[in-house]
Design a protein around this ligand. Structure first.
Ligand code: TXA
Ligand code: MG
Length: 347
């Protein structure tokens, strides 16, 4: 399959009628799959009402079939056709954070969406993305769009169109290149089917922000307890992994540098994932600064790109700094833990 690339400037007016966007929307209406930029990561979109389209998403990614997809909408009105009820707290969260990086799990109306998209569950995860190109595409095609991150299953999520091409070229109908995404980690997934909302996946909206709108918010036990079974099926898979083994290191720069030395003496090519503040401190084969420690948002923005760059650099092993587990750091550490398969070395 020849994968089309539509270049779209997200700042131009009237994106809904932009010929590139309209062309991509036509592919979606024909049940083909198209990658699109969002404010978090690139998504791989397909008509959420069509089993045929949704099967193409799973096939292109190599995604396990028990892992449901997030349904993307252009406005709340679209919910009426496939959501059974919107609890008051969910309503408040939509009001506060949509469009934006928040996925809300609600009870679904059976028989509207593809059962493949929702993995046969009684619930559905929905979000309204905060990206002009994504919103224009959603409006232009007029469909609810199922879209997981547009990476091959297990790889770091794509934060630019080149990442998508690296993983999915020839496997999808096209990709809209709308430039680099902003937030860099995926949406927060919050289950609103119970009286107290539960965070199933930390992401772009922090727990503190959710609590400021709805009061008490729980966190799925599986996020802190490795033995617990996650409520979001996708959270049980190893994810975001670079090709080389990745170790998180909690300790001083000296301690991390000693680990590097040991491996280099074994003749290995060693990478260090650090931050702008510390980039000059380490001596290794490849030292990559992933944003600024004092502005964790910048770490989130470049995390996946940094993980992918270690693959290009063909390192044998990677040591990474760790980050505070608060605010957006919660999402950063969750992704890093998955990328590392939980391997942590403590001084
Ligand atoms: O930022 C994002 O959320 C991106 C962009 C493209 O929107 N999408 C994304 O999708 O990260 P994906 O498929 O990579 O991750 C969706 C997560 C998975 O962990 C999945 O198990 C969970 O959401 N999920 C989806 N529907 C669910 C449901 N009904 N109940 C529980 N978890 C659900
Ligand atoms: Mg994903």
């Amino acid at each position: 399959m020849n994968t089309k690339v539509w270049k779209v400037d997200k700042y131009v007016d009237n994106l809904e009628n932009n010929p590139q966007v309209v062309d991509a929307a036509n592919f979606l209406r024909d049940n083909e799959v198209v990658a699109l930029p969002t404010e978090t990561v690139y998504g791989l979109g397909g008509n959420a009402e069509s089993d045929e389209a949704v099967r193409k998403i799973f096939a292109a990614k190599g995604r396990p079939s028990d892992n449901p997809l997030i349904i993307h909408i252009a406005g709340k009105k679209q919910l009426r056709s496939f959501v059974a009820e919107i609890p008051e707290k969910a309503e408040r969260l939509m009001e506060a954070f949509w469009p934006g990086p928040l996925t809300i799990i609600l009870k679904k109306i059976d028989g509207v969406l593809s059962e493949t998209a929702t993995a046969g569950l009684a619930t559905v995860g929905v979000r309204m993305p905060d990206h002009p190109v994504a919103l224009a595409l959603l409006k232009s095609c007029g469909l609810p769009i199922a879209a997981p991150s547009a990476n091959s299953s297990g790889k770091p999520s794509p934060t630019n169109a080149d990442h998508v091409i690296d993983d999915l070229n020839g496997k999808i109908a096209g990709v809209i290149d709308g430039g680099a995404t902003g937030i860099g980690v995926e949406s927060t997934v919050v289950d609103c089917t119970e009286a107290i909302p539960v965070i199933l996946r930390p992401g772009g909206v922090t727990k503190e922000q959710l609590e400021s709108v709805v009061g008490e918010v729980h966190v799925d036990a599986a996020l802190t307890d490795e033995a617990a079974r996650p409520k979001a099926p996708g959270m049980k898979y190893r994810h975001y992994a670079p090709n080389a083994p990745l170790y998180m290191v909690s300790g001083t720069a000296n301690f991390l540098q000693n680990l590097v030395e040991e491996k280099r003496q074994e003749g290995l090519r060693v990478g260090v994932l650090t931050t702008e503040e510390n980039a000059g401190v380490f001596e290794a084969d490849v030292v990559l600064a992933c944003g600024k420690r004092t502005e964790l948002e910048t770490v989130a923005t470049s995390l996946y790109d940094t993980l992918r760059r270690f693959n290009q650099e063909k390192v044998d092993v990677i040591y990474s700094e760790v980050f505070p587990n608060t605010g957006v750091g919660h999402a950063i550490m969750n992704r890093l833990q998955k990328a590392a398969g939980n391997k942590l070395i403590v001084e």
